[in-house]
Write a new protein. Structure first.
Length: 270
């Protein structure tokens, strides 16, 4: 199969799913892994898709071809949850350890914060979350009270987001908000979608302290929308792969940094 023909096959796979893995493309085209890696690199260079570890990710779309499915300009939940999962689980476990039964907390939508659900099963907290996936998990497997904000459902990200200033969270008050993000930089917590950044800013106004959950891959420049400055962060939890200059930056802003060992989490799970 010629290169151009392979590209058409890969583009067709991208239209069917948000992430095409190397093995999927090899089976569909019948060529070697080395050839597929070159194809993925060329398609990413052309702006057709985004190169991610082990595969190729479709560009974010605001709607499908019929215009009836809402999406945000950020990775889908299915794609994100495959990335750095051991680190995310270890970070989530450390985040839940900060909670006290009876406390009222906010948890934003994201694959790292979603992992908190497993460790909240035996806890008794009041949880406001805009992640309907996390809400569903907590409702069925935990003893926590769960509240959801009003808004529209974004299926790919598993989130509920309202475009309005006035919604169900206006009278909510929490001791802490647990937040994940696309990236962390010198300007603060960064997101890639304006609607999502606005929704998180509104949630943040309802919490006394901000706890950011960010694995070490988040300290690479992505996105362009600042949700909040570093000075707003009370604690940041990350994994041992975090760059030293990032640690210096965070601590220089007076942020308490908790570094977890993702390999220990993997060993414990085994």
């Amino acid at each position: 199969m010629h290169e151009r023909e392979r590209w058409q096959v890969i583009k067709a796979l991208l239209r069917e799913r948000s992430l095409v893995r190397i093995a999927d493309a090899c089976r569909a085209t019948g060529v070697s892994e080395a050839s597929i890696r070159r194809d993925f690199a060329r398609l990413a260079e052309q702006g057709v898709a985004i190169r991610v570890h082990g595969g190729l990710e479709a560009l974010p779309e605001t709607a499908n071809a019929t215009g009836d499915v809402l999406s945000l300009a950020t990775r889908s939940f299915d794609v994100s949850q495959t990335l750095n999962i051991d680190a995310k689980r270890a970070i989530a476990k450390a985040a839940v350890a900060l909670c006290t039964d009876g406390e009222t907390i906010i948890i934003n939508g994201g694959t790292t914060t979603y992992q908190m659900g497993e460790y909240l099963r035996e806890r008794r907290l009041k949880v406001l979350t805009n992640s309907y996936l996390l809400a569903d998990a907590l409702i069925h497997t935990s003893k926590c009270r769960v509240a959801l904000p009003g808004g529209e459902v974004y299926r790919e990200q598993g989130m509920i987001v309202s475009p309005f200033d006035e919604d169900a969270i206006q009278h909510y008050s929490a001791t802490r908000m647990f937040m994940s993000a696309i990236s962390i930089g010198a300007l603060g917590v960064i997101e890639g979608d304006p609607l999502l950044a606005r929704a998180e800013s509104k949630l943040l106004k309802r919490a006394d302290k901000l706890i950011v959950l960010a694995d070490s891959s988040k300290f690479v420049s992505r996105g362009s929308l600042v949700v909040c400055p570093l000075s707003r962060i009370d604690t940041l939890i990350t994994d041992s792969g975090v760059p030293n200059d990032a640690l210096d930056m965070l601590r220089g802003h007076g942020i308490r940094v908790v570094v977890v060992d993702a390999s220990a989490q993997t060993t414990a799970a085994a």
